[in-house]
Ligand binder design. Structure first.
Ligand code: ADE
Length: 342
């Protein structure tokens, strides 16, 4: 396995993308980028990352950020608990470590929201410590390289492959080795469709490529089907302001803002009755659109009614579009109805 490091690192030195989190690698910058990059593509992360670093350039700034501002900086990235955990961890780093991330895998792993992957990524990329950082890209590369048909969704498989990656790391550049595996997965050993084996620095070592079936890997047990939930969403406008409400502090999209909505697909008549029950006095139905939003475990099928209203009851917050754009963190599942109005 030691054979892997040299061709891989040479390829990485010549082919790695120039990305903002690869410039001046501080532990804080590495940490924030690796958290953002979980479950989110590099291209989608980039504008968020640059803005986040401008607004919150230090651990201290993150620790002290008002939660509403933090939610707004994360708006549209999804998996919002990542942002809340990031802040809780920053607060712990300020209190326990004087604002410097600890240079220890175990100490990092003990912080809120930092799992095996993030601890390994920060330990290796930022501190040069010999730990693996195994994400979906690395699992794919590794299972093809070894024609390993273990189920990569099983925690035991991830642990085993992480141990194998760690054993294959060169002593001098463990972080680059990890990042090179991720980069190979992103640029060459592609997930959908054929990988670009002709460009791969590890082709001569790759068992799946030799067998001519790289697409047979990785093996992943089928996921449980997503539950489908019908919802009816209300975009109420009154004197140019729209009704918003805050979601509960726990659960899906906790603490973020939303348009009022109810479970089930209501007819126009039922929607008007619901609006009247809230006291908004619907005057005119402007339009109705249907959209869906996919979360990890659930799909929302949404019917949205846009009503002009004659009353603005205080049970809702009434915000002008410019305020919604600047101040209220509206997750994508609802932001699409805001976009729809423009
Ligand atoms: N995905 C997660 N972290 C990454 C990194 N540092 N480089 C490329 N892709 C990544």
């Amino acid at each position: 396995m030691q054979e892997i490091a040299q061709p891989l690192l040479r390829w990485f030195d010549e082919n790695k993308r120039s990305l903002p989190f690869r410039a001046h690698k501080t532990p804080y910058r590495v940490w924030v980028s690796e958290v953002m990059l979980q479950q989110t593509r590099v291209a989608a992360v980039l504008p968020y990352y640059e803005r986040f670093m401008r607004e919150l350039p230090t651990v201290q700034a993150l620790a002290a950020c008002p939660p509403e501002k933090l939610a707004k900086l994360w708006e549209g990235l999804g998996y919002y608990s990542r942002a809340r955990n990031l802040q809780r961890a920053a607060q712990a780093v300020v209190e326990q470590y004087g604002g410097e991330l600890p240079a220890s895998y175990e100490a990092l792993r003990a912080l809120p929201g930092i799992g095996d992957y993030t601890a390994g990524a920060v330990a290796s990329l930022a501190f040069g410590l010999p730990y693996a950082a195994v994400d979906g890209n690395v699992l794919r590369v590794w299972s093809r390289l070894h024609a390993d048909d273990a189920d990569i969704s099983a925690p035991a498989t991830k642990r085993r492959m992480a141990a194998e990656v760690q054993a294959a790391q060169p002593a001098q550049r463990p972080g680059d080795f990890n990042e090179a595996l991720m980069e190979l997965g992103a640029l060459v050993c592609l997930p959908n469709g054929a990988p670009l084996c002709g460009q791969c620095p590890l082709q001569a070592l790759c068992r799946a490529s030799a067998a001519g079936n790289p697409c047979a890997y990785p093996v992943r047990a089928p996921k449980a089907a997503r539950r489908i939930e019908e919802r009816t969403v209300f975009v109420f406008s009154c004197d140019g302001r729209q009704a918003l409400e805050k979601r509960p502090p726990e659960g899906l999209l906790a603490g973020l803002w939303q348009y009022p909505n109810v479970l089930g697909k209501l007819s126009v008549a039922q929607a008007i009755a619901q609006a009247e029950q809230w006291g908004v006095r619907p005057r005119q139905l402007e339009k109705c659109v249907e959209r869906q939003h996919i979360f990890t475990h659930i799909t929302w099928r949404m019917t949205a009614y846009y009503f002009q209203c004659g009353a603005a009851p205080a049970a809702f917050i009434w915000a002008a579009p410019s305020e919604i754009a600047q101040r209220f963190a509206l997750p994508t599942a609802f932001h699409m109805f805001f976009e729809e109005m423009k």
